[in-house]
Design a protein around this ligand. Structure first.
Ligand code: HEC
Length: 152
């Protein structure tokens, strides 16, 4: 009886938490903590400001794409979580930025953003996201403390 109740309770909890705990859930994902100063140099290194503008940062030596000037950071962005921020860098077509005419940002559902997945290291990505994070107003995200994970 005790076990039956326990399994019913477990099933109820799993149902309630829905996709939060499903196999496709982003819960539990976190890049290692980065360094904001290094993150800013990653932004410069990959010329992100050739298509973006960011408050407080003046682009130097960038090839400008005048038709693209997507703002990074701020309240109006559709990016509300850490997972969305990471995704927007490594899989930009997943969700196209809001607030711009769609045709200027994508072609047939594919973002005009350059793909860096074969050149940017995970260390660079961690620093970059850490740096960008402070300019977005993201829902507080509990960083996964992997050292406390236990294997069963
Ligand atoms: C060739 C132009 C181009 C370059 C270079 C570029 N991006 Fe983008 N980026 C875009 C476009 C266009 C969008 C809007 C479409 C979309 O959401 O994918 C975008 C969207 C984004 C967004 C989501 C913005 C939001 O608030 O929704 C982030 C974050 C971002 N880029 C980061 C970067 C970073 C970091 C780099 C450099 C490593 C970079 N981009 C380089 C064109 C570019």
């Amino acid at each position: 009886m005790k076990y039956l109740l326990l399994s019913m309770l477990t099933a109820a909890v799993l149902t309630l938490s829905g996709c939060e705990s499903g196999v496709d859930s982003p819960s539990g994902f976190s890049l290692p903590e980065g360094d904001a100063v290094r993150g800013q140099s990653v932004l410069v290194k990959y010329q992100c400001l050739s298509c973006h503008q960011m408050e407080g940062i003046t682009p130097t030596d960038v090839v400008d794409n005048p038709e693209l000037s997507v703002k990074l950071g701020g309240k109006t962005s559709g990016i509300k979580t850490y997972a969305e921020l990471v995704t927007s860098v490594i899989n930009p077509s997943h969700k196209i930025a809001k607030g711009y005419p769609k045709s200027t940002l994508q072609v047939d559902g594919v973002s005009k953003m350059k793909n860096y997945n074969d050149v940017m290291t995970v260390g660079e990505l961690s620093d970059l996201v850490f740096f960008l994070q402070s300019s977005y107003e993201l829902t507080p995200y509990p960083r996964t403390q992997y050292r406390y994970y236990e294997t069963l």
